[in-house]
Design a protein around this ligand. Structure first.
Ligand code: HEC
Ligand SMILES: [Cu+2]
Length: 444
């Protein structure tokens, strides 16, 4: 393959194309708003900060009616544009991509949480409509009419007050009890479920680590950014963080739960085959849901739901990349020389090494080891850099050349010695990078 880096060297995942398009159209709209404002400023000499210039403006509106009309219509334009912008924003927020809607639950936990949400919402909608309805009726029906005498003045109505206290109390208590019961109900997988698979999840700035203490037959697996789970089996998760507070969220499987340093939070979920319409494996999407630093928005992950048999063969194949091709062999040497300070590639990370990487990260410094994704099974993943781009030779080339082009602020660019160059791009030669790609991805 050509080691040239081209402008569009990382193509976005098809799913992300959508959000990219959304972002691009939002940006375009924002630009047109600014244009429009500038135009309005030209017309009415009212800057972006009209309040500062009120004196000025009222003088103008008295002395010059045309300008005042211009100003009014430009104000109207502005409101229309801001209204449109707000509507578009709500639309963009509302129509999340297929893989991430909590309104399309794929397992029992998300389904029960959705039920609770629906009960709370509809009860509140009914209360709102009733109360506002009575209010509006009273305002209109008993409004002041000309020549009307003062109505009789009353003070207090005990039975009405008691009724209006008891009804909300019953409602609020009922909803609270329902919520608490749902909480207890979702605490653990129900009795009689198949044996749970346990996963320890650790949040890092800005990627997710998944550890299976026993993925089957005593096999320990550590991987990153892609959680594989067998279908129809409860998955119990222990959530932690190595640095700041993150939040673990797979909308189709369960609500969010914080990942807190020095404290473990427990949750579980399950993907049900009868709620999944497509053939397995199916990919669901997850995202960090707690502002955790500059690249928080770039901290995503995937959950691949697979048949138990497929999961077992993935677990069995977990191991160092095969070094059959000459390219892969060369890459192995480059990897040993440049990458092992932070990355492990021959099985689960050694806990002592992990601890020293964490110490390196927390003590800071220009060139230090940092916790980094385990690359043992990179060749079986679909994405690179915490779900940001497709895993392909081109994207891997671009990542190794300059990771910050794909993901701003990432700690590989910031702390690896090979990026301490004038331009911030890798000091590895094109041949070395090509060999690394061979080592990480070559399957023959
Ligand atoms: C200073 C520590 C450090 C060094 C040295 C380093 N990396 Fe990284 N690497 C990281 C970190 C941290 C990340 C995660 C970045 C993120 O997603 O925010 C990462 C991410 C990656 C990823 C993406 C993994 C994934 O799951 O998406 C690949 C591939 C990778 N590094 C390869 C390499 C290779 C090959 C080398 C050696 C040439 C190397 N790294 C050297 C710290 C390092
Ligand atoms: Cu985060």
């Amino acid at each position: 393959m050509s080691p040239e880096i081209s402008e569009n060297s990382h193509t976005l995942r098809s799913n992300d194309d959508y959000s990219t398009v959304k972002m691009a159209s939002l940006e375009r709209l924002a630009e047109s708003v600014v244009d429009e404002l500038n135009k309005a400023q030209g017309e009415s000499q009212m800057g972006l900060l009209p309040f500062r210039r009120t004196g000025n403006v009222s003088e103008q509106s008295v002395s010059n009616t045309t300008k005042s009309i211009g100003r009014r219509s430009s104000l109207k334009n502005r409101s229309v544009i801001f209204g449109l912008l707000a509507a578009l924003f709500l639309f963009a927020v509302g129509c999340s991509k297929d893989g991430m809607s909590p309104f399309d639950p794929m397992g029992p936990v998300a389904a029960k949480q959705l039920d609770l949400f629906n009960v709370l919402m509809w009860v509140m909608v009914i209360v709102f409509v009733l109360v506002e309805g009575v209010l509006l009726y009273a305002i209109i029906r008993y409004r002041k009419r000309p020549g009307q005498a003062k109505p009789p003045q009353t003070h207090g109505n005990t039975s009405l007050e008691i009724t209006l206290t008891i009804i909300p109390t019953i409602l609020v208590l009922g909803l609270a009890i329902w919520s608490v019961f749902t909480l207890f109900d979702l605490q653990d997988p129900p009795e009689g479920s198949p044996e749970a698979l346990h996963v320890n999840v650790t949040g890092h700035q800005w990627w997710f680590e998944f550890e299976y203490p026993d993925a089957g037959n005593g096999k320990k697996i550590i991987t990153a950014n892609e959680l594989r789970i067998p279908v129809d089996r409860p998955i119990t998760l222990s959530l932690e963080s190595d640095d700041v507070i993150h939040s673990f969220w797979v909308p189709k499987l369960a609500g969010k739960l914080d990942m807190i340093p020095t404290h473990t939070n427990e949750m579980w979920f399950q993907a049900d085959s009868d709620k999944i319409n497509d053939d397995l494996p199916v990919t669901l999407y997850g995202q960090c849901a707690e502002l955790c630093g500059l690249s928080h928005a770039l901290m995503k992950f995937q959950v691949t739901v697979m048949d138990q048999a497929d999961f077992d063969s993935w677990a069995a194949a977990y191991g160092p990349p095969p070094t059959i091709s000459a390219r892969a062999k060369a890459g192995q040497a480059v990897f040993a020389a440049n990458c092992t300070l932070c990355h492990t590639i021959d099985g689960p990370d050694d806990p002592v090494l992990s601890a020293s990487r964490l110490t390196g990260f927390l003590t800071g410094g220009d060139i230090t080891p940092v916790p980094a994704p385990n690359l043992t099974d990179l060749r079986t993943r679909h994405t690179l850099a915490a779900g940001l781009v497709d895993l392909s030779e081109t994207n891997l080339l671009s990542w190794l050349h300059d990771p910050s082009e794909i993901k701003a602020n990432n700690y590989m660019s910031q702390r690896a010695v090979m990026y301490k160059t004038e331009t911030g791009t890798s000091n590895l030669t094109n041949e070395e990078i090509d060999a690394l790609i061979g080592y990480l991805l070559d399957l023959q």
